[in-house]
Ligand binder design. Sequence first.
Ligand code: KG4
Ligand code: ZN
Length: 346
Amino acid sequence: MRVLGIESSCDETAAAVVEGEGLEAVRLLSNVVRDQIAEHAPFGGVVPEVASRAHVRHIGLVVKAALQKAGLGPGELDGLAVTLGPGLIGGLLVGLSTAQGLAMATGLPLVAIHHMEGHLVSPFLQPENDFRGFPFVALLVSGGHTLLVLAQRFGEYRLLGRTRDDAVGEAFDKGARVLGVGYPGGPAIARLALGGRVDAVPFPRVLLDKAGCDFSFSGLKTSLRVFMERLQQTPRPDLSLGDIAASYQEAIVDTLVEKSLTACRRCEVNTLLVAGGVGANVRLREKLTAAGERFGLRIGYPPLNLCTDNGAMVALAGLQRLKLGQGQRVASLSLDARPRWSLEEI
Ligand code: KG4
Ligand code: ZN
């Protein structure tokens, strides 16, 4: 089965083709991502209206390139998949209209995908992973979401924890703005933190003293802002910006690691899959690997380039759903985007 996946829920316009029998036997035929860093960088963050317009400009070319790189015409596909939500409404509508147009023109079945289910299955696109399917705990860490989910089987997800305020990607992005190191903040802070001292500043690990699996990152961001304001008044020659970035990143990473361990322990599951943009963070991977070795956990990630938003994860979730007979033909033309949509409702 060959499926084209389309993703446009935030600030990447993306399309990809996968081929295979299902989650555990799949091959990526093409993967095209047009990011919008140049468009949003002047504003220091994603501007929804700017994102919608950029998606309109790029989606046709991105879909065409994904098909060309796969060496396929639309007639050689078996189905289409598109992100229906959650995300920015303008971007979602661009992807959905494109997919509906393709469905109408080709007669192919179309399946609607929850963006976070896409992230959740993305580690299956890493052939080097040694995990063995369900059940697993998924740590989903992106610009808009921070979730710990028990995935009992494909399509059956129980929310174990979520952020009560800012998403972890937001903590990186807003932190980067405070440090004046640009957008997107995650890679910028990670670069700055290289060689910095992780224990230079004792930033708070919020909710680590609480038993549950929820997160909270807005207090951390505020403490960074307050720290930087004080630093302006009382300079500290013993501290570099790298030390501050490394300490800030460490507070985020420690929280993610501890809560993930709690979730695995609670569910008596020994596989943890990590996905979403922040899953590319090298320090997070280092500390999770160490924790995995200590506690006998298998840890899986997507390939680095499939941590951030992409069409491949949407195509893969779509392939699995199409296999289960969930593709719609005529009905797909009346689908509506879902900017707010819980993973447990799908
Ligand atoms: O999954 P994603 O592409 O988009 C959403 O679905 O939101 O995640 C984007 C987020 C941004 O906040 C970005 O700063 C963060 O992922 N990010 C990182 C890294 N690469 C991307 N955060 C920390 N370290 C990284 N290396
Ligand atoms: Zn995402």
